[in-house]
Structure formats: C-alpha cells, structure tokens
Design a protein around this ligand. Structure first.
Ligand code: NAD
Length: 358
C-alpha cells in the first residue's frame, strides 16, 4: 500500500514528536511492505511567523490532497499576546472545520506498566481500563445561535443546542462500527430526561442500533456517566455522545491513565478520512530538551494506520511495540527509576526496533 500523509508539525514539541511517529511509520512500512510518503505543511505559530497567518491555504489544500493528516501541536507563549483571530489555535479549529471532521475518537487505555501513574484506586484500575469516547465535533450547543440581550434591565445570554438526525446518525454509525471492531459494547451518554436533543439521540441510537444486533447497547445520563467513569471505568467499551458532553467526559477519561503524554486521538470525516494527533499541547516548557514523550503521537500514527488505512495488524503491531518499550524504557514524565531513562528520539528508536524485530 502507498499512502500520502500530510504532516502538520506545528510548534513547541510538535516537530520532535511527529519525527518519532514518522520513524515508527517507516518501520511499519519496512516490516509490512508499505510506502508512506510525507508532505510537511505549516500551521500554528510556525505558520504565523513564516506566512503571516495560522492556517495558510496551501496547508488546507495539502491536507485535502493527502490520504490522512498527522498533527503535532500548536501554540506557545511567543504568540499568546496576539489577537484571538490570529492565534495559533485558530489554525487548529480552522483545519478541523475545513476538513469537515465530525467525529472525535479518544481511546483511553491503561498500560499495565504505567498503572502507578493513574489516580484511580488499584482494585478498580487493575480490572483494566480500555475504552473509547466517540464525541460529535461539529454540532450542538458550541455551534448553535448565540445572543445577548437585556430584559428588565438585567443581561440575558442564550446558547442554542441544535442536532439534526443526519448529524446524529453519522456519528452513531462511527460508534457502532468501532464497537463492532472492539469489545462489542456501546453506551450512549445523554441527558434525555431534560433535553429534546438528547431524546432524539436516544431514538436514533435504538433505531440505528437495530442494524447491529450483536452489539450490547446501553444508555446513561451524563451526570451518572461522569461518576461511573471513575467508579467503574472497566465497564465501558465505546461511549458515544454529543459535543459538549464529550468535551467534558473525554478530559475526565484522559486523567484515568495519569499521563497526558500517552493519549492519542483521531478526528474523522467522510469516508474514513482523518486527522490524528496527541491530546496534549505543545509543551513549550520542555520543547528542545529531548524530554517530550512521543508515545501519544506514535499511538496516533497507529490509529491512523488501523482506522483510515484499514491496516489492523500493523496498528496492533505498533501498540504491542509501545507496550513492550514501556516495560524497559521511559521518558522523564513517566520515569520511576526502575527503567532506562531515554530521550524523545531514543523512545522512538526503541519502539521502531521492537516493531521491526518482533
Ligand atoms: P500542554 O499539554 O502543552 O502541557 C501541559 C504539561 O504537560 C506541561 O508541563 C508539559 O511539559 C507536559 N506535557 C505535555 N505533553 C507532554 C509530552 N508529550 N511529554 C511530556 N510532557 C508533556 O498544555 P499547556 O501547557 O496548557 O499548553 C501549552 C501550549 O499548547 C499553549 O499554547 C496551548 O494553547 C497549546 N495547546 C495546544 C493544543 C493542540 O495543539 N492540540 C492542545 C492544548 C494546548
């Protein structure tokens, strides 16, 4: 297979961690006989410095022409004083919009050797944490009409929450397909006891769910889900939910593993096209020191391989190599003293070598 990948390295540790993902992708290519070609495109602060804006047109065009996109991170103190419309983060929101990415996938998996970093009680976390939150990304209250007015001399603000059947159905399908490829369990998180939009989500969940008879379905109110994620995270496989609930729950779930440098994500559009990125930011405090953990980005590359390219065995091989590497090697953020302390690039070398030799 020959694939063209757009690389948006961005700022801070972005270039360092993307380079390690490329190293591991090249090892995948060598082992399994694929060719990955890369096109570097500017975004964020780097694009502001060199092109005068955070998302140049050539970046959008280059991403559209690619088979998939990998993003490092954007932002840093250098650009913090800029007006909001010119800040690096605008590039991030802009590219997600330009590529019509409507489904955000956040896998949360606790690697046993890193269990110590989890804030969850041992008897709970030892039952295993391996779930994915599928969040709707382009609709709901964040994108509804907004207004401010004055009533009786006091300010009033309004945020409208709108969902169409079409928006709900396409997200649910992503969730059901994913559950089918994993633990065959799906839970819709909503607030159907008070929200009309949630009632529509629930109706569509059961209707679409009829096409997936082998998948175990459940529904949960969002307030309960926030508690159950901490009380019994092992009980979840795939969670599907609307934009705002997903925003909040995916950050709560990320904390279950205890390390921000380990969690990948995917944002998917039509036809399986996707943008893959770690959930952390550009970590300007450690940029250039070789301390960045590249694992979240390497796992993002694995997600891309399995999801957009459909290369499941290759994706699993990367995950296994990461798990094996973590038993022996650690970057500073997850170092306990018992392993070999390695730099960003040494961690990439270790994963690539374990992948090629197993
Ligand atoms: P951050 O995620 O960059 O860093 C938070 C803390 O985690 C820091 O101490 C950092 O050193 C550490 N950290 C993050 N990633 C790490 C890794 N891979 N390995 C080891 N340690 C890691 O969040 P922040 O400090 O709030 O933001 C810094 C900049 O990143 C800001 O400009 C912010 O706007 C931007 N940001 C970008 C994205 C994105 O591009 N998707 C997301 C969040 C924040």
């Amino acid at each position: 297979m020959k694939m063209n990948i757009a690389l948006l390295k961005g700022d801070g540790i972005g270039p360092e961690i993307i380079n390690e993902a490329v190293k591991v992708l090249n090892a995948v290519g060598k082992k399994f006989g694929h060719t990955f070609e890369y096109t570097d495109l500017p975004i964020g602060g780097y694009a502001i410095d060199n092109y005068g804006l955070p998302l140049p047109d050539e970046t959008v065009a280059g991403c559209k022409a690619a088979d998939a996109v990998m993003l490092g991170a954007v932002g840093g103190p250098k650009w913090d004083a800029m007006p909001p419309e010119k800040r690096p983060e605008k590039g991030l929101l802009g590219i997600r919009k330009a590529l019509s990415l409507y489904a955000n996938l956040r896998p949360v998996k606790l690697f046993p050797p890193l269990a110590f970093a989890s804030p969850i009680r041992a008897d709970i976390r030892d039952k295993g944490i391996d779930l994915v939150i599928v969040r709707e990304l382009t609709g709901g209250i964040y994108f509804g009409k907004k207004s401010e007015s004055v009533s009786g001399g006091r300010a009033v603000a309004l945020d409208e929450c709108v969902y169409s059947e079409e928006e709900i159905d396409r997200l649910l399908k992503v969730g059901f397909e994913l559950a089918g490829s994993r633990g065959k369990k799906i839970c819709l998180v909503d607030k159907a006891n008070v929200l009309k939009t949630s009632a529509l989500w629930r109706k569509r969940f059961y209707e679409i769910g009829g096409n997936y008879p082998d998948i175990e379905k459940s529904v949960m109110l969002v307030d309960n889900a926030a508690m159950q994620l901490v009380r019994a995270p092992y009980a979840f496989d795939v969670i599907v939910t609307e934009n705002m609930f997903g925003d909040i729950l995916s950050d709560e779930a990320a904390v279950l593993t205890g390390s921000i440098g380990l969690i990948p994500s995917a944002s998917l559009g039509e036809g399986g096209f996707g943008l893959y990125e770690p959930i952390h930011g550009s970590a300007p405090d450690i940029a250039g020191t070789g301390k960045a953990n590249p694992v979240a980005t390497i796992l993002s590359a694995a997600m891309m391989t399995g999801t957009t390219f459909g290369l499941k065995a290759e994706a699993k091989a990367v995950e296994n190599a990461v798990a094996a590497a973590l038993t022996k090697y650690r970057t500073a953020d997850v170092y306990t003293g018992a392993e070999k302390l390695v730099s960003t690039s040494e961690m990439g070398d270790a994963v690539a070598a374990l992948l090629e030799n197993n």
